[in-house]
Design a protein around this ligand. Structure first.
Ligand code: ADP
Length: 711
């Protein structure tokens, strides 16, 4: 057992100093008392005790110069002091004399030299000693050697008091100095830590830039390669490159986000946006993964949730992507339900609660506590199977806290997990934003119309019931196609419309459709499907439309109203559009300049634009770009930022200062995704900011959006 403070670090120096000072003061104190006793001519016993004390304390004090001995000496000091004080009790007037003060003094000295956790034992020891000596005094008064006179006792008490006060004063002063040093040391350490943290974050941000540049080349070239003739095996290899690249990019993004948060460089925007669009985008991205695993994906938004809120669209999207992504990752069977409700609302603000609930592997209670800590991946065996950085939830929590919200989780092993979080958001009535509400004027078309719903998934069926009856439809829903068919034939009831899920059991929705049509019913049928792999010709014999999951309220409403009012439209709801259209260039003809120093990225940009039908010019640094912009009328310039000779900022400034040219649209294209790069590029006059690796859909959208801007 380590009873005394050890000499290990910087603090140990001040510990030593205190101990040496205590020994020194004890030795001075006993010397003083010895001389004083000589002077007042007191009992011999007292003189002897004082001289023993003086010799003992001085020896201990001198031995403290051997550092190794310090800890055992603290022990020796404690016991020796107690012995001297106990002897003094009998030769110095006991409880009536100066001894009680000296016991207190001893107690303070022990407290100062001995580790905090043993203070209680020291207290007990000194108290026990006090009880023993005062009991002896009480039982055997003859043992006491009394003072020669009352006056002398008074002087003694006064002197002991006086010395105690000075002694305690000196010790307290020492303690304060010691504490001050510790505080200074702690502050210094804190500063050093902060600097180290910021340096680390900056380093990560720079690394991310360095990694993004070659990744842009890799991923972009994979897209270009995909447009060349490939055999199935080669296509599979290419797909593997793309999937791995995306995963790598995701990891880099998470690390970058996390370091931005840690460095205090994350900024949050406050702009109006459509909540429905945010959720819908997340569903579009995650749906294919969920359906690949045969999972159901459904969402439910309460009616009173405001449609347009003010906040940070991208951050909310990222939170939902992470939670839904995790839910899909950790669920093998069942469903994922996203729901959204309003828990508080006034004119300007709403507190919204989102929930993402899965029927996956669950999380055990022990792990739930740490789940929002960074780098937490619960079961190590998961790591290899599922991948990930363990940063996603930590980032979500920071984002949510920043939106004045909280995130919590409920889970049961083997049954599933529910993450729910709140955010506080301003409410907006911006008329320019599509809020995806259903057009109320069309409600009469569907009100009181009878609809048959056959959906095997309970959650989806409930949601459909709620939504359809909310629009005023008369809903009859079934889980089992057989029961639905029996109901139809037995009750001879007629419907205006039927919504049938493909994945029903014991037989699928397509067969049910066939049966209904074979029986001669001629109300229109809609088929709901998640895979988009059905034979359209076959389906169209019985069904009017195929609606792809996840079902979106406003789209479903449009399809139902169109069906009931007999409007014609495509057989399948469109989900993804084919990227890279040759026609873009003929629809939006543009003179384009690419300013890029990296050789592979130059080739990539030329190829990508080439696939859309453009023939772009190339400049390998800002200097050349300035000259080319002066002599050619470019509509659009893609400008890299970090370049030798003249960088993108300088080049843009120079182009913006040119008087007699038609000013081009300038897009920053950079792997530096830090906030300051975006702000700076706006400041020098760039119109848009695109981060590398280039997202082909974003590029297409940008080119298409140039239509109104040119000519
Ligand atoms: P990662 O990027 O590694 O998934 P996260 O921070 O998003 O990191 O998640 C941390 C860990 O929490 C995961 O590795 C997983 O063990 C657990 N986890 C998160 N979501 C779920 C879920 N829906 N079901 C079960 N476990 C989950």
């Amino acid at each position: 057992m380590k009873l005394f403070k050890t000499a290990k670090n910087k603090n140990s120096n001040s510990d030593e100093l205190i101990f040496r000072s205590v020994c020194f003061l004890a030795s001075v104190f006993t010397l003083f008392y010895f001389l004083y006793n000589l002077y007042v001519d007191r009992t011999n016993g007292m003189k002897i005790i004082n001289s023993i004390g003086f010799v003992g304390f001085t020896t201990i004090w001198m031995l403290t110069s051997f550092k190794k001995l310090i800890n055992p000496l603290k022990f020796v000091f404690t016991i020796f002091t107690l012995i001297i004080m106990s002897l003094g009790w009998f030769y110095n007037g006991g409880s009536e004399g100066a001894m009680p003060f000296l016991f207190q003094l001893g107690f303070v000295a022990f407290i100062m030299i001995i580790e905090n956790k043993y203070h209680f034992y020291i207290f007990l020891l000194i108290l026990l000693n006090l009880i023993i000596v005062s009991s002896l005094e009480f039982l055997y008064p003859s043992l006491m050697e009394m003072y020669p006179s009352d006056n002398l006792r008074k002087i003694d008490v006064f002197v002991a008091n006086f010395i105690s006060i000075i002694f305690i004063g000196i010790l307290i002063n020492l303690l304060k100095k010691n504490y001050g040093k510790e505080k200074e040391f702690a502050m210094q350490q804190k500063e050093e830590l902060e600097i180290a943290y910021k340096t680390k974050s900056r380093f990560l941000a720079n690394m991310s830039h360095e990694i993004r540049t070659p990744m842009n080349g890799m991923l972009g070239m994979a897209v270009v390669l995909g447009k060349t003739p490939l055999n199935p095996q080669q296509k599979e290899y290419l797909n593997a490159i793309e999937v791995s690249g995306d995963r790598l990019l995701n990891i880099i993004n998470e690390i970058l986000d996390y370091s931005k948060i840690e460095a205090g460089e994350m900024s949050y925007s406050q702009k109006p946006f459509s909540l429905y669009q945010c959720i819908s985008e997340v569903l579009d991205i995650t749906a294919s993964k969920a359906f690949e695993k045969n999972l159901e994906l459904a969402y439910w938004i309460e009616n009173d949730v405001p449609r347009i809120i003010i906040g940070d669209f991208d951050k909310l999207r990222q939170i939902l992507l992470n939670l839904i992504g995790n839910a899909i990752k950790f669920t093998e069977k069942g469903e994922i339900l996203i729901s959204l409700k309003n828990i508080k609302i006034n004119d300007q603000k709403a507190v919204l609660q989102f929930s993402v609930k899965d029927t996956g592997i669950g999380i055990n209670n022990k792990d739930l506590k740490n789940i929002f800590e960074s780098f937490q991946q619960l079961d190590n065996s998961n790591r290899r199977e599922y991948g990930g950085t363990g940063l996603g939830l930590a980032i979500c929590k920071r984002f949510i806290n920043n939106m004045n919200g909280e995130i919590h989780v409920k889970s049961e092993l083997g049954k599933g997990t529910e993450f729910f979080f709140t955010i506080e958001a301003g409410i907006s009535e911006d008329k320019d934003i599509n809020d995806f509400t259903i057009p109320k004027e069309k409600l009469p078309i569907i009100e009181n119309k009878k609809i048959l719903v056959v959906e095997y998934n309970d959650t989806n069926r409930k949601i459909l019931d709620l939504a359809l009856s909310g629009w005023g439809m008369l809903v009859k829903s079934f889980k089992n196609p057989k029961e639905a068919f029996d109901f139809l034939t037995n009750t001879k009831s007629d419907f205006d419309l039927a919504l049938i899920d493909f994945k029903t059991k014991p037989y699928n929705g397509l067969e049910l459709g066939k049966k209904i049509k074979d029986k001669g019913y001629n109300f229109p049928l809609l088929l709901v499907d998640s895979h988009n792999e059905l034979d359209i010709e076959e389906v169209s014999k019985f069904f009017r439309f195929i609606i792809l999951k996840p079902l979106k309220g406003h789209l479903l409403f449009e399809i139902i109203t169109n069906t009931l009012s007999d409007v014609k439209f495509d057989m399948v709801t469109k989900t993804k559009k084919e990227p890279l259209k040759q026609e873009i260039a003929s629809a939006v003809p543009l003179r384009i300049l690419i300013v890029e120093d990296d050789l592979i990225n130059q080739k990539l940009a030329v190829h990508l634009l080439g696939l859309m039908g453009y023939k772009a010019d190339l400049a390998k640094n800002g200097e050349i770009a300035i000259q080319m912009a002066r002599t050619n009328q470019y509509d659009l310039i893609f400008m890299d930022i970090q370049m030798p000779i003249t960088d993108g900022y300088e080049a843009t400034k120079a182009i913006r200062n040119m008087q007699n040219i038609k000013q081009p649209f300038i897009v920053a294209m950079t792997a530096n995704v830090m906030e300051d790069a975006q702000i700076k590029s706006k400041k020098v006059g760039m119109n848009e900011f695109m981060s590398k690796p280039i997202n082909v859909t974003n590029l297409e959208n940008l080119l298409l959006s140039m239509k109104g801007r040119t000519s």
